[in-house]
Design a protein around this ligand. Sequence first.
Ligand code: GLC
Length: 469
Amino acid sequence: MNILFAASEAQPYVASGGLADVIGSLPKAINRKGNDCRVVIPLYKSITEKFKDNITFVTNITVDVAWRKQYCGIFTAESDGVTYYFLDNEYYFYREGIYGFYDDCERFVFFSRAVLEMLRYIDFKPDIINSHDWHTAMIPVYYQVFYKYQQNYTDIKNVFTIHNIEYQGKYGKEVVGDLIGIPMYHFSLLEYDGFVNLMKGAVETADRIVTVSPSYASEIFDPWYSCGLDRILVNKKDKITGILNGIDCDIWNPLNDPIIPASYSSVNISGKKSCREALVSELELDDNENPIVGIVTRLVPHKGIDLIKYALEELISDGFEFVVLGSGNKIYEDFFREMAKRYSGKIYVRTEFDSVFARRIYAGADMFLMPSQSEPCGLAQMFAMRYGTIPIVRETGGLRDTVRDNGNKDGNGFTFKTYNALDMVDAMHRAMRTFEDKESWTSLVKRAMKCDFSWDASADTYLDLYENL
Ligand code: GLC
């Protein structure tokens, strides 16, 4: 089968979060099963700078943005058996950073239209286009409105994957005439709550909707999780499926990870101790037998930072030590910086995104805290387990689907249900008690490391869904 993934970011070229990990790894797993899955992303400035010697020019075309015509260059490259396409327009994409501009709507509407136009000019005809998140949500809409009956486009099916329902691409109605350019009689496809909502358009028009874990697929019908979209999702219930994300187990492997100070595996975990010692001495943490808790996250409310804020000082006085890595809302960054000043040796804080340091935390910490308010899938808990670091999570979305509580001594982590700081503290205390029993802890660590989080099974589920279409 031929599949085209369209997204706003993909490893190894450009990443700001978990979306890039998925777009960088699922196509590989799909191709290993004898398919041709390719990826298309914008050609950002950072890609041109870092990879210019590895990408080649294919051709240039013209793309409609409402009543204007814009240049679009098509470039290509191959990475690990996957063909990538990069769509170039320097006005839209040759900037520092990838999102957060006043004209993001225009940039990604252009990109979505360009993906469909590109298909006339490349030597690849997809059976399926799988678009991901709001940036590419216009692809199924444009397909339905403009392309469905055109020669060479007739048999394509559209799948739309929701990685995070919080970001929907919501704009004022004026964007229809000036940027989106669909006829007014199709306006109802995009209209929602008095706005234009691009994700709602994809929910209307895609043949199937996927979310990144089974639990999240049922949670999004609940207004507490849906960020307003539940009414339309309930109507489209029959085409929504949850498929759990996997991780790239070749890249995330403590046995041959060049970034971490010592290698280890579930058979012999002694190298993990060296990774822990290196972290303690590098960060000047108090050197004792207390558990080190890693937190690697964006500092935003839905990651459950308020629970951590509420309980942190109590947890420090209980003996936990913390390593925090993440950036986000200033109020949270300031809080953690203040804590680091007040409790030096007990908490180390770095308020930025640093993927190398993140790996040293996954390897060197004992526990990993992720008390998310909502979590579509979450990859960090899987990275942590792969590195033998025991997750403590709230039972939501993908956290619920990947972490089993160790109450009966057969789990791979510790969980709590209610979004409440005291329940989180209770789970941490249970983790602490197990940690003090070295034998139980070691078998828990090995159990967590042995869990299979590879893409293998989920790639089959995606392929079944594509086949059915
Ligand atoms: C988003 C979600 C996260 C998920 C990732 C990849 O970043 O917030 O839960 O793991 O996408 O699908």
